[in-house]
Design a protein. Sequence first.
Length: 366
Amino acid sequence: MSARDLQNPQTTSKETDWQGLIHAYRPYLPVSDTTPVVTLLEGNTPLIPVPSIAAEIGKQVEVFVKYDGLNPTGSFKDRGMTMAVSKAKEAGAQAVICASTGNTSAAAAAYAARGGLQAFVLIPDGYVALGKLAQALLYGAQVMAIQGNFDACFQIVREMADRYPVTLVNSVNPYRLEGQKTSAFEIVDRLGEAPDWLCIPVGNAGNISAYWMGFCQYHAAGRCQRLPKMMGFQAKGSAPMVLGETVSNPQTIATAIRIGNPANRKSAIATAEASQGEFNAVSDEEILAAYRMLAREEGIFCEPASAASIAGLMQQKDRIPTGAKVVCVLTGNGLKDPDTAIAHNQTKFQKGVDPTVEAVAQQMGF
Ligand code: F0G
């Protein structure tokens, strides 16, 4: 920042003037001058080079992470929710409802609070990371923990929205994907081109379709000359897109993507086909290894589901063309799920140390 910028904050960069993604990408979004914009200034998240991860690939490639865990509620869902809640408000809705593995509920609750709407959320009892539950509760949503998995919750909220005056804000709401596509715009704006590969975790299969829509719209507008291969990664015990069939009892440590019957299955298949991409499965061990590697080698803390994109890249590394640019999407912040971080790190944690310099020095090996 120049001395002049410091004296006059009005002349600061685009980043400091950021007014949220609806403001930034208005021509590409289905909003009008009369749409009440409900925003927490989401978007504009960093695209961080991760050279240690690139070095693991063993050939010359550039790898970046799109750290969407830095959104206001700590996940990419904020991109979708600013649009979904603004449009719900525009239509006169007074309440929103969603099923969630955690992040959607946090974002829905926050944006509903911001917009003056009531939020109702259904979550699978016992399978939502602590931080996400804390968020939904504090933002003031009515939270119902259901004795069933995400797919069961989703079936109920769909019917609730059909029968009662509540707007469904899961990713079958088209405005969700409209908001989420802006992350693709940001990547192209930063790189000056689309990446060769986009690696992304897949659960309900909305986000992969949203990114593809974003890249295609930018391509059509002449903002990029190529389109990425869309590489979707699911957890092995919860991989309906890979298996080609519904999984009735999905299991994975990555609770955010513990989904057996993805609502956006069709558009995700179309995305993989159109982009010559694929769906592949990564094991919980691969996810945890990537989760730890990203934190220890690069200082980046994502949640386990997000690490599936890095785990997937590692699994498929022999297939990446030399010279390629790869972007891995880190969909959620690691702070969402402190339990997993504490249970699955390999760091020495010394407890019960005496409160003396001598004891600490001894522990440190001096
Ligand atoms: N990563 C994280 C951190 C998520 O929370 C989700 C989905 C995904 C990836 C997968 O995205 O569903 O668009 O394929 N979470 C939803 C929720 C299901 O309820 O928070 P997707």
